[in-house]
Design a protein around this ligand. Sequence first.
Ligand code: XMP
Length: 519
Amino acid sequence: MDKICIIDMGSQYTHLIARRIREHGVYSEILPNDISIDELKQHKPRGIVLSGGPSSVYEENSPQLREEFLNYTINEKIPVLGICYGFHLIIHQLGGKIKPFTHKEYGKTKLDILQSKRLLDSLEKEEIVWMSHGDQVEIMPEGFEILAKTSTCPIAAYANDNLSLYGVQFHPEVIHTEKGTTILENFVEKIVHAKKEWKLENWIEKTIEMIKIEVGPSDRVILGLSGGVDSSVVAVLLQKTIGNRLHSIFVNNGLLRKNEEIEVQETFQQVLKFENFHYVDAEDLFLERLKNIEDPEEKRRIIGHSFIEVFENKTIELEKAHPDIKYLAQGTIYPDRVETSATSNVSAKIKSHHNLTLPDDMKLKIIEPLKDLYKDEVRKIGLQLGLPENIIKRHPFPGPGLAVRIIGPIEKDKLSILRNADEILIEEINKAGVYDSLWQAFCVFLPLKTVGIMGDFRTYEYICSIRVVESLDVMTANFAKLDWDLLEKIGTRIINEVKGINRVVYDISNKPPSTIEYE
Ligand code: XMP
């Protein structure tokens, strides 16, 4: 299959480039900037994109390409597109000059197109693009043509057809660049001539074939099923492939949302007819271990370790009855893999703590059927596999569950208050028809008591904070500007219906600097 390789220079947008290219039907993967030429050859790239990055090319220790990198792409006629930092790097490595620019250009900018052909084919004379840079290309080596400029950036896009090198100072992968999709499409289709072979319809058939080849006819597979999108999709895919040789373990850690343990059991046992669905009620164990624990990191540690212990014990029990259990399936998706192993020394390990690692001594071989997919691709596959929409569209929910949404020690009555408040919030958000447009919406329990008045009585109860955010890529998020009437209804209902809460506040913090969750 034709592939575009994205070389990661540390930009927060690297994944977006890969996703946009896949959306055009061309397979793309992210590789580290220090990749050797031999390794790169094994990927057989049809085209290469150098991402942006926070450094300056002339700084010490800034990410560079191997010296032979551009020689290789030029000799092999593999087209290269440099974006922002990548745009500078091509020029820098070929002996041109990059200089710091006194006016940093950031945000939406008008681009004047000088040549609307090749990379900028079918663009108007003026377009809006998203800029974010402090450096500029000052002198280009011979053979490079200027394709576009802005009022402060005389070289904002270039092309060198002989060497198959192209570049843009702005970010075509970001939605604020209005014709960004067209630019990436021009590169992929008109310059690289890559075949559109990345189709999710074929993915299911091919993956089922691959699993059948790997997992022997009597082998059994174990899976930790949380009811979230990723593990649910893996579950259904495996059930389709190996039927009841799949053993799904669902652990109730006592930190789930209201009725979640019942809903997950119903979906998998009754709707999807899973035969070997194993429900483990470990609520008491988790809550006992979490007693009086205040520190968020300590809570996470206890929950992570307890989960592994419970899961391992259940697996050992099942192995006694079924010695053919040979595999452990996991719902790892592409961003988890790239972020935990960090594609290169420059990309930060932001989400690594979110994923649990099971002990090596479990001696089970791992299968991760979703390991090359992005979340939106997993959702599409899930729908094609017939998973109910409520699972596919459900907002992300953290592994440590409500423990990170109760500040301070976890207690049963606080969990119950939080579950009741959260249920009202979600119900109202659904009724207002805005659930699907939000990244997450949830309540947080603040263990602070304030005074209120209900009827003729003074009350002294806890505070509930409402956190509702919009986000495209989780790295950044904005609080949602919900309708005031909707917020009022939610607040009033929570105070009236949830015993233990007499004050509701709306969280208006963005990420960064705040995080989405509270702990
Ligand atoms: P933050 O709070 O870091 O969250 O802005 C980013 C996203 O990650 C989710 N999250 C977690 N998911 N285990 C998980 O599986 C965790 O420990 C965890 N902490 C945060 C959070 O819900 C949001 O979608």
